[in-house]
Design a protein around this ligand. Sequence first.
Ligand code: LRH
Ligand code: MN
Ligand code: MN
Length: 388
Amino acid sequence: MPVFDDIASQLAAQAIELPSWAFGNSGTRFKVFSTPGTPRTVEEKIADAAQVHRFTGLAPAVALHIPWDKVEDYTALARYAADHGVSLGTVNSNTFQDEEYKFGSLTHTDPGVRRKAIDHHLECLEIMNATGSRDLKIWLADGTNYAGQQDMRGRQDRLAESLAEIYAQLGAEQRLVLEYKFFEPAFYHTDVPDWGTAYTQVAALGEKAMVCLDTGHHAPGTNIEFIVMQLLRLGKLGSFDFNSRNYADDDLIVGAADPFQLFRIMVEVVRGGGLDPETGVAFMLDQCHNIEEKIPGQIRSVLNVQEMTARALLIDGEALAAAQAAGDVLGAHQVLMDAFYTDVRPQLAAWRESRGLPGDPMAAYAASGYQQRINEERVGGTQASWGS
Ligand code: LRH
Ligand code: MN
Ligand code: MN
């Protein structure tokens, strides 16, 4: 089995992007609880995200959601982020809150509504030009609630046309990342419900279009690591939206509900070369913190990803390959489980300290006084999202 020193350089290169919306208040359709110190502006969200990076060294970029994070001057916002030690990352579009989108956006039967939705994405591309962001992430709420409500095939064709128009405007270094989700808010059919549909749509666009895998967007029991393997094999895994779920699209802390699943996903990432920056896989969180404090929630999340990455890297590849080749079912399984059951926390703590970071980022943040300060300074924080 490899030892910690063998894997340290790969851990040092790990970067996990934080969603700006994780720092706002969120909840369910029953109640949005507020937490003290919640940001009131985009700048305050970025300042909070910078704290996560400061204590972990793991989260150098913040993703924006437009129009939630709309500002006048995105170049100034990028400068503000840089002054706080982070950069602006993925720009997420939003075509699910306007009245016009009741029956769809990029798939809508009305060319006027499609135009509005396409123009929104072109505006996102302009924002990306100002912020220096690489990825435009598209998740659509499009779908229907009743059989026969709409012609599903026509919607798929219009989606392809709309995406092509957006794709044509991408800069040389920019990418379009299409996110799938099997249900919600539409409950009968969703226009991009699964990785196969997302893959089909992005494959038709070209090299700069990829798939986003949100871990919360699958039916219970889905073998997500298989999808990770397949998309990496096809060269089409653009990004992750990490979170964890017990029941629906819960957006809970990644690795909280099922750490073993996160481990299995990271095993396939390692196997498929996804940690190599060359493959361009963006690791992002897409989470909400309904009842827990948000900054510690994000710190816990990136540490969970780091811990499961370390365990995945500790797999004895030679022993595994030998057991697999010999048809040694239980032997191969044990190689995997030996890595999974390795508690990497003490070594990670010592390694962090050797790099000038706190060994225990959760404790260091709690002791820093930042939370007390923002609790006193900020009154009337903003809501993260529509609270689903
Ligand atoms: C949809 C989703 C998508 C949105 C985000 C706020 O459920 O995962 O990524 O942009 O939530
Ligand atoms: Mn998502
Ligand atoms: Mn989601």
